[in-house]
Design a binder for this molecule. Structure first.
Ligand code: FES
Ligand SMILES: [Fe+2]
Length: 392
């Protein structure tokens, strides 16, 4: 049966890790709260639980619909180390499956992307699946007791699209994507998401826990010291948060007078997106889609971060920069700006990781510039069930 797989129940945290006081002190009003305990950034059992409770049960934006080209086009991605293959079937319908053969579990498709697939054939013993996931060929299986090919189709993965962005969710009971996007749908409306073309993609590997990378993306308290270039265009205390309800958190920063967008000069040779209000033209919007994505909207380009945890101590980050599909300018200046900013961020995240896992660090406090980090940390604890009295 081509049934969906449900991530198994998370293991209980070891007793010493379930000690609630550390977590309870995070779950206070922000001015009285303490930050996440240091051990949460390097604990292997907590990390395994995060994959099961968070990353395997959320919508993850993995790229754009047009990356899967024509019938037989495919894309492979990893969600928390679990492989997914996305294909366009003969009718042009997008489908997603676990990239796992039902015989002995071999990864089916190795390539990152391609075209012209007529079926999915396992490279090990040649079990062959059609593009709707049904098992069509299985050599030397005739005469095997109670074996019916109809019971061994590929496990499906939930897939949806939103204005050209492609999303998958490993949870077979996944709620609709619209529920995940919530208030972001309205906020993103003025931006021409359907018309985007990817101008740049850079993949980074960061020697830091994914939560440190996510926290860093949600405060500009660090900006004066870490990003001298960025604060010249968007002063670090500018702007406001307007969406505080998990899984979406974020708001905007204001550009200094005369700045048009986030580039090293604040200028741009590109057209502003048409239809933006005077307000939108002075702002850069940033939203985290907990736990795996971060979207930023500038006046002439959009960026998408995809956080891919590789282990408690390591995070891969795929950074995409999109412009309007008819925009001739290659947006090298925008990418230069973010390449500099990203490298500054990853370095400081790695420094934070090194310190947070030492015996010297327990918990800190949130500044008045870190309300969103606190909101995300609280949301994290609730989603993880770490505040349940039953776990005390
Ligand atoms: S593992 Fe795929 S055919 Fe054997
Ligand atoms: Fe930063």
């Amino acid at each position: 049966m081509s049934s969906a797989v449900r991530p198994s129940a998370p293991p209980s945290a070891p007793p010493e890790r379930r000690a609630a006081p550390g977590f309870r002190s995070v779950d206070r009003p922000v001015r009285a709260a303490a930050t996440l305990p240091g051990w949460t950034f390097s604990d292997p059992s907590l990390y395994a639980e995060e994959l099961r409770r968070l990353f395997y049960r959320t919508w993850t934006c993995v790229g754009r619909e047009d990356e899967v080209v024509g019938p037989g086009g495919f894309l492979t991605v990893e969600v928390g180390g679990s492989g997914v293959v996305i294909v366009r079937d003969k009718e042009g319908v997008l489908r997603a499956f676990h990239n796992v053969c039902r015989h002995r579990g071999t990864r089916l498709v190795e390539e990152c992307a391609g075209t012209g697939l007529s079926n999915l054939q396992c490279p090990y013993h040649a079990w062959t699946y059609d593009l709707s996931g049904q098992l069509r060929g299985a050599p030397h299986m005739n005469g095997v007791e109670n074996f019916d090919k109809r019971d061994y189709g590929l496990h499906p993965v939930a897939l949806e699209t939103w204005r050209g962005f492609l999303w998958v969710n490993l949870d077979p009971a996944a709620p609709p994507l619209s529920q995940h996007l919530g208030a972001l749908v309205e906020r993103a409306r003025p931006f021409p998401l359907e018309r985007l073309r990817r101008a740049h993609r850079v993949t980074y590997e960061i020697a830091a826990n994914w939560k440190l990378v996510l926290q860093n993306a949600n405060e500009c308290y660090h900006c004066p010291g870490v990003h001298p270039q960025l604060v010249k265009i968007t002063p670090y205390t500018s702007g406001e948060e307007d969406i505080h309800r998990g899984p979406i958190f974020g708001g905007w920063m204001d550009m200094v007078p005369g700045a048009e967008t986030l580039t090293p000069t604040g200028r741009s040779a590109r057209q502003r997106f048409p239809g933006l209000s005077a307000e939108d033209l002075r702002r850069v919007y940033y939203y985290v889609l907990f736990p795996a994505n971060f979207l930023a909207f500038s006046t002439d380009y959009i960026t998408l971060d995809w956080f891919q945890p590789l282990g408690p101590d390591r995070t891969r980050l795929m950074f995409d920069l999109y412009v309007d599909r008819d925009e001739p300018d290659p947006a090298v200046d925008a990418m230069d700006f973010w390449e500099t900013t990203n490298r500054q961020d990853w370095h400081i995240c790695e420094m934070a990781h090194l310190g947070s896992k030492t015996v010297a660090y327990d918990q800190g406090r949130y500044s008045t510039e870190e309300d969103t980090v606190h909101a995300i940390d609280q949301y994290y604890l609730h989603q993880m069930g770490l505040l349940d009295p039953a776990r005390d």
